[in-house]
Design a protein around this ligand. Structure first.
Ligand code: ARG
Length: 603
């Protein structure tokens, strides 16, 4: 039966391999170099290169603070340092050269301390920008920087027979954001859900089910019931510790392939995945595979063997007299503890020692994780593997990656732990024991209910069906965005007032701005084509747009930077960079909307 689950995994793997191979051949990309922002950067760097014969990589352009009237500013600190020049002098000289040369996009430049302030040929640049946006539409911002790369992203990873909690929510939301961001920079991404679906706890669950399980109740509310059985097991075990041994025996039989027991587990697993998928569907998430720990349970013996045999390079150690002597004894990556029979890894890259196997048990979480890592490397040949998992597991991942390096499966930063902070409630970590853990489904329902309340108050004219529809969008958006708008390393909490604030810093503020934009587009198109069928062109096709007002310039300039924001979010694995940008963009749009009348004007 474990075979059946394994086969299902094999199929998913094969399908994914095919998809990736196909995409590597045929996927089309938006070229980074064609973006107007990149062309402007190139014009500046070409001038600098021609004059100073510097090799200028990565010019760091910034939007200057409000009190500076330039369009862009460029700090010359790093460049000056690299070429051992005085930054102020470098700024002055560069400005002089730029002003003398004939440029496509640059109107003028001034030195300001170590900064170079630059003014654009605004009408030209912003007209080109609008062309770019209307041509690329929702592809605007995507690029081909990583067009040849493949990444595996391991995210969500809930444990079966338990509800998805808020910690897994963070992994799910941040993980999916990273999938989108990586894909936008050209990566082919494999979305793998490493379910917690194997381990000694399932011996306990099966025992509890056999003793106290109620089929009917489970059918009605599967995950809740299974979770309660598990909790009950622990309560009983306090009074009656020998049931721990029974559970261990059951799990041992499961590992040996005991059919009846495995059948039960297969059922629990199925029920759980079906429940998880309901949540994923609501969030618009689709995994390539649910390989999970069970997929790798059969590999752990081989891996333990490999670790026992692997010789570590002899290390130089300081002898008693202070002289360097070669450690005489040959060291192996792992060794067997003669007393307990456990397999231990000691002294690896200075990390605390840890077990690969307890006594005669099979592998542990880390052993299966190592098997999964090796599998990913060999089967998908990725350039990067991302593990989107809470910071509590940071030691686990340091140990895992050190093992994989020692065995030669990865080098450098190919495998990355993308950690994140806790979910707090009243300043404390949420916990099942304290009863403060909110399940994800409950959290989403709460958010939707609050949204409904607000919508009913604010929009008396909405029908009940409209309220249903909108509150689902607003409520879900609030939960997802609350997580994404803050740097992932921070702890988060759920503050409904902030999450549903219509004035800013919330999903609903962005959604409101988008709705406003869409309604303008609709009105413009209607006004132009009264009674006629709707045209395919959009407002952005205006033949010669004219920019006059400050708010127009500010909005256009912000839009122009979007491709760089995507790059930065990918480089730092930081979805919140995009959220911050979007909030600023929405504000600029709303200023523009207040200052400029859009409907009924030609240009
Ligand atoms: N199931 C694990 C947990 O709930 C998370 C799995 C993360 N992924 C991994 N490859 N270890 O803690």
């Amino acid at each position: 039966m474990l075979e059946a689950v394994k086969k299902e995994g094999d199929k998913a793997v094969e399908k994914t391999q095919k998809r990736i191979a196909k995409e590597l051949k045929s996927k089309k990309f938006v070229s980074l170099d064609d973006y107007i922002i990149e062309r402007v950067k190139k014009e500046i760097s070409d001038i600098l290169v021609a004059k100073f014969s510097f090799l200028v990589k990565n010019l760091h352009l910034e939007i200057p603070p409000a009190h500076i009237t330039a369009d862009l500013s460029l700090s010359l600190f790093d460049l000056a340092k690299e070429f051992k020049q005085d930054p102020k002098k470098l700024a002055e000289e560069s400005a002089g050269i730029i002003n003398k040369s004939k440029n496509d996009f640059i109107e003028s430049a001034q030195a300001f301390g170590p900064y170079l302030n630059i003014n654009f040929k605004k009408q030209k640049i912003y007209s080109l920008l609008l062309k770019e946006v209307s041509k690329l539409k929702d592809k605007f911002g995507q690029n081909d920087l990583n067009a040849k790369k493949v990444a595996v992203i391991d995210y969500s990873g809930p444990n079966i027979a338990k509800p998805i909690g808020v910690g897994h929510l963070r992994s799910t939301v941040i993980g999916q954001a990273l999938v989108n961001i990586y894909e936008a920079t050209g990566y082919r991404v494999i979305k793998d859900n490493h379910l917690g679906d194997w381990g000694a706890q399932f011996g306990k669950l099966v025992y509890a089910y056999q003793e106290w399980g109620d089929k009917k109740k489970i059918a009605e509310n599967p995950i809740k019931e299974l979770n309660e059985l598990y909790v009950k097991f622990h309560k009983e075990a306090e009074k009656n510790p020998e049931i721990e041994d029974k559970a261990r025996e059951i799990f041992k039989k499961m590992e040996e392939g005991g059919k009846k027991l495995i059948n039960l587990w297969v059922r629990f697993r199925k029920i759980s995945i079906a429940e998880f998928k309901k949540v994923y569907e609501r969030l618009g998430i689709k995994f390539d595979a649910y390989l999970g720990e069970s997929y790798f349970a059969g590999e752990t013996d081989k891996i333990v063997e490999e670790c026992l045999l692997r010789r570590l390079a002899p290390t130089e150690t300081a002898g008693k007299d202070g002289a360097l002597t070669k450690a005489s004894e040959e060291k192996k990556l792992a060794k067997k503890d003669p007393e307990t029979g456990a397999i231990v890894v000691e002294d690896l890259e200075g990390l605390p020692s840890f077990l690969l196997r307890k006594k005669d048990d099979a592998g542990l979480y880390i052993t299966r994780d190592l098997a999964a890592l090796i599998f990913r490397v060999e089967v998908f040949e990725p350039d990067d593997i991302l593990y989107v998992v809470g910071d509590e597991q940071s030691l686990h991942f340091r140990q895992l990656f050190a093992l994989a390096r020692a065995l030669g499966y990865i080098d450098g930063a190919k495998a990355k732990h993308i950690g994140f902070g806790l979910v707090l409630s009243g300043g404390e970590k949420m916990s099942t024991r304290k009863g403060t853990l909110i399940e994800l489904e409950e959290l989403i329902s709460q958010s939707i209910a609050k949204s409904k309340e607000i919508l009913r108050q604010k929009n008396k004219e909405l029908s009940e069906t409209e309220i249903e529809e909108i509150s689902e969008i607003v409520g879900l958006g609030a939960v997802v965005y609350n997580d994404l708008r803050q740097s992932r390393q921070k702890n988060i909490s759920f503050d409904w007032n902030r999450m549903l604030d219509f004035e800013g810093g919330s999903a609903v503020y962005l959604q409101y701005t988008v709705a406003r934009i869409n309604s303008i587009l609709k009105k413009v198109i209607q006004a132009e084509h009264q009674g006629q069928s709707l045209p395919s062109r959009t407002v952005l096709d205006v033949p010669k747009p004219v920019f006059e007002k400050e708010s127009e310039f500010a909005l256009a300039k912000k839009m122009m930077f979007f491709p760089l924001i995507i790059l930065e979010a990918q480089k730092n694995d930081s979805p919140h960079v995009i959220a911050t940008y979007l909030e600023e963009l929405a504000q600029l749009f709303n200023h523009f909307y207040n200052e400029v009348s859009i409907i009924g004007t030609e240009d």
